[in-house]
Design a protein around this ligand. Sequence first.
Ligand SMILES: *[C@@H]1O[C@H](CO)[C@@H](O)[C@H](O)[C@H]1NC(C)=O
Length: 380
Amino acid sequence: MKLFGLISAALLMGFPCLASPLAKRDFGPVTIYTPPSTYTNERTLYGRQLMLKTQASDNGVLLATWENYTPDKPYFPIYRSTDHGFTWKEISRVQDTVNGWGLRYQPHLYELEVDFAGFPKGTILIAGNSIPKDLSKTQLDLYASKDRGVTWTFVSHIANGGVALPNNGETPVWEPFLMMYNGQLVCYYSDQRDPAYGQKMVHQVTSDGKNWGAVVNDVRYPTYTARPGMPIVHKLPTGSYMMTYEYGGGPDYSDYQFPVYYKISKNPLAFDSVQGRPVKTTDGYVPKGSPSNIWTSVGGANGTIVVSAASNAELYINRKNGEGPWTVLKTNSPAAYTRYLDVGFNPKDIAIIAGGQLGQGSTNKVTFTATDVNGCTTCS
Ligand SMILES: *[C@@H]1O[C@H](CO)[C@@H](O)[C@H](O)[C@H]1NC(C)=O
């Protein structure tokens, strides 16, 4: 509490943040969770975190979750940090209360910043993939918490598909991502149900949280075997929206064919007509696999767009609203099979959660790292 008093006083009086102990915000990785050896397969993967924003008491409060490979029915663990990510404690578990299958893959946490469908501003939503043990079905479901992540209730089924294997010809749905737009809740996800595409990316919207509208295409390629996936969308200062995705089967920039691509659209419900382009550095390098993106106001007139990928620990930044080449930002975060980025308590901090890499189950764990978007020359 004393800490918050200090920083608010410093901000009110217009002192530079350097005066505050919170100015040094470049730290980590700290371990959120180390899975026991009884966990199956990957043990942990697919970390997702959320910096809470809507309530004054939220200063520095983060929630985290991940794919959690318990030997029993899987659930999404909810861990909370009240000190900007330094330390973490389990506060709840989101259990499947409707299908009897568990909540197995691809959680995504989202805070309502406006009232919506009977849920007050500050409600925490989680979307994820409910899948039975035999992997015979995929069901994207939505749960909500009105008490900042402590208790959860089922809200609605978003979309359902077939066998939970990422093979062309199967019909699963994957990787939900939630965002409010124009008073409606949007869920972006990857979709293998259309026989014309091995996988494409789509969205549906709801006005009441219960009934989801028609499936609308966002990213698809004419080659059947292309597998664009893992949509993540954030708003840019221009008012446009940026979606990052992995372009499975895309141009082979080097070792494997999941180059990180992005689309920028004025209307986030109309990505389909926009041409995708690679995140390419000044050296011509394109990172690969399971990207994430965030925008922070720090870094010049346009702020900074930050992108992560599975292929590299480094982050990729752009200060021209997505135009021109990208540059590399070093971080102490490990690379991971889909990290998730957020803006920290101080907007120059990029909060990074990592849940481990595919095929590395015995060493996977969940970590949190804060990286100064200007590099660590300004962080101490
Ligand atoms: C801001 O972005 C625009 C492109 O949208 C670019 O032309 C301009 O140079 C950028 N400004 C700075 C300060 O980098």
